[in-house]
Write a protein that binds this ligand. Structure first.
Ligand SMILES: [Zn+2]
Length: 236
């Protein structure tokens, strides 16, 4: 892109522009603006191949702007590799077509106690800096008649994690989806994670971790909540 085009794009009325103060307030404090991930649905009407080609083109520009020589054998394929990783791996959860199908089973054992799935891996990206968020999710529900295959809980967590995210929103999105598929309000989600934007840049704190929780239905009651936390915090 020519310098003039870049300037035009930056000044386009379609792009919201923010003052440095606003960026500081929102970006560095990792505030989420809504429960839904802000997406433009029409983006997914374009095929994966087309999206990858476009991203590769723009990533090449970024690398060149940073001063890298793309004719070097080691760097030549990087724009395509990054584009493929973005679309098919780390951000596949943006595309509604990739949402996991969930099959429910009859609760034949009449198990009406809490079910806790612990230490589900969370690999996400901070939407303000595009660097990794790595952690674990602990999820619980009390069956309202139907139960879900355990690996499906992991798939739901993974689907919502694989987008540019804010941890609070990720926690809520997992809880809302579980409530919907399990047809119950009795859902709890807790995520513990390390944010590379805190360890790698900014305050460069390598020890800190972030915990977020989303309690619903019976889990708003202290007794259920404490039971869940007792399981979730095991082996910590
Ligand atoms: Zn960040």
């Amino acid at each position: 892109m020519k310098h003039n085009e870049a300037l035009q794009m930056a000044n386009s009325p379609n792009l919201k522009t923010y003052s440095a103060d606003h960026l500081h307030l929102v970006g560095d404090h990792h505030v989420a603006t809504s429960k839904e991930t802000p997406v433009c649905p029409e983006a997914f009407e374009v095929s994966e191949e087309e999206r990858m080609a476009k991203i590769a083109l723009h990533f090449r520009e970024i690398m060149q702007t940073l001063g890298l020589d793309l004719s070097d054998d080691s760097l030549r394929g990087t724009p395509q590799r990054v584009a493929k990783m973005f679309v098919k791996e780390v951000f596949y959860g943006l595309d509604p077509k990739n949402k996991p199908e969930v099959t429910l089973f009859e609760n034949k054992f009449d198990y009406n106690q809490m079910l806790v799935e612990r230490n589900i891996k969370v690999h996400s990206f901070c939407e303000h800096h595009f660097v990794p968020i790595v952690g674990r999710a602990h999820v619980a529900y009390i069956a309202a008649g139907k139960v879900i295959g355990l690996s499906k809980i992991n798939r739901i967590v993974d689907y919502f994690a694989r987008r540019p995210q804010v941890q609070e929103r990720l926690t809520e999105q997992i809880a809302e989806e579980l409530k919907k598929v399990l047809q119950t309000e009795d859902v709890a989600v807790m995520i513990d994670s390390e944010h590379m934007c805190v360890s790698l840049r900014g305050v460069k704190d390598e020890q800190s971790a972030t915990t977020t929780t989303s309690f619903h239905g019976k889990f708003l009651d202290t007794q259920y909540r404490n039971e869940f936390l007792g399981y979730a915090l095991q082996n910590k």
